[in-house]
Design a protein around this ligand. Structure first.
Ligand code: DQA
Length: 146
């Protein structure tokens, strides 16, 4: 187990499963984390999940765990559209990460079209539902095998 994968979720993603299920689906964050863990475990990837509704707590986690991590999957929720501080933290520790959004943010309100993270992300998975997390994990696993 020497490859650490940070699975970072921002504000309100703790409500997954009950929050606007027509947009965000029926799965809870716990179920999603379990799915990603199950996929990653046999591949020698250790998943470190973290969810917070607080910008500073997310930044603290990234500062603490980012330097030792091989890669990340980040759904920053609404902070995606507002937080230069979160972007700076991700860039500051040099974390390679995939930006994930469950919903297609580009088909929604205009304020969701802007992301402070996309420019520094390795890639983006947007609008493919909660399965996007697993797709991102699959990508990182393939990178390890390559
Ligand atoms: C989200 C999209 C954001 O605009 C929103 O604020 C969220 C979830 C998504 O996964 O689709 O909280 O990141």
């Amino acid at each position: 187990m020497n490859h650490k994968l940070l699975l970072v979720n921002g504000p309100n993603l703790n409500l997954l499963g009950t929050r606007e299920p027509q947009i965000y689906g029926a799965k809870s964050l716990e179920e999603i984390v379990d799915e990603v863990r199950e996929f990653c475990w046999p591949k020698g990837i250790e998943v470190l999940p973290f969810q917070s509704n607080h910008e500073g707590s997310l930044i603290d986690f990234i500062q603490q765990q980012g330097p030792g991590a091989a890669f990340g999957i980040v759904n920053a929720g609404a902070l995606t559209h507002t937080s230069i501080a979160l972007r700076d933290a991700l860039k500051g520790v040099g974390l390679k990460f995939i930006e994930v959004h469950i919903s297609n943010v580009h088909a929604r309100e205009e304020f969701r079209h802007q992301s402070y993270l996309s420019e520094i992300a390795a890639g983006l998975i947007v609008g493919l539902g909660t399965g996007g997390y697993l797709l991102a994990a699959r990508h990182w696993a393939q990178q390890l095998e390559a």
